[in-house]
Design a protein around this ligand. Sequence first.
Ligand code: GLU
Ligand code: ZN
Length: 298
Amino acid sequence: MGDKLNIPPYIGRFAPSPSGPLHFGSLVAALASYLDARAHHGKWLVRMEDIDPPREQPKAADQILKALDVYGLHWDDSVLFQSDRSEAYDDALDALLREEKLYPCTCTRKKLAGLNGVYPGYCRHRRVIPSQPHGLRLLCNNQIIQFQDRIQGDQSFALNTLGDFILKRKDGLYAYQLAVCIDDNFQGVTHIVRGVDILDSTPRQLYLQSQLHYPHPVYAHIPVITRNNGNKLSKQNHAPAIPLTNPRPLMIKALTAFGLKPEPELLMNSVEEILSWGIKHWSMRNMAGKKEIFQDSL
Ligand code: GLU
Ligand code: ZN
């Protein structure tokens, strides 16, 4: 009875950036990670990725947490704010520096224009930290990074097509790739469920995890919600904030986006009952290989 030792540990998370309130696309990501965690009897954490002040809105973090609460997405433990984590990021950068796994880069934006974000290694020879402003880049080799995505299937990326990527920017801000790896490890995250729009960040993160001697989580990249013109719902595209009154219709719509088939009467039930239905019927099968879902088809 209750042989819990046989259940492999599961810690999942939702990691929004507070650049605006939740929209339907981010609700779908939050709900997918929540349902997957709860269906595995796992923990579900929320982490606020507030490391890029110029892109943030002052009230967004509170609005996001309020919206999660209204939609019944109650998290375990306390919310981790990345803005409190500078010390951990600096320690990791120091360790990488000691192991000669990163190097300072003084390149200007102008010099890097037109390279599509793929850095060709101009500053690779630098080992001494210069006195002028500089970023820090991770030295990447020509490894092929392979992983099995639970939704998108077998993935394979040549690391050298992605370039030596930034871990700390010249303006002093920490890069998403650095913060996400350190905090996923710090929080013991075992399973990551997030939008397929960041699928090509995953090989970078797998490589960085290895460089930091961290274990690798398991990944599932869910399709993104797009408008009929093919644009993904995002803050940049002015996707509207989800309503904080009557959350149920959008919850049903999100379940439908996962390819689940809630019966119409479910709409009459409470938020908690809708979530219980979602946990009970949770499956990624109908999303297999899908990169986008048209909002108007729901
Ligand atoms: N903070 C990232 C975003 O909002 C998500 C990071 C992640 O799930 O790894 O796009
Ligand atoms: Zn450079």
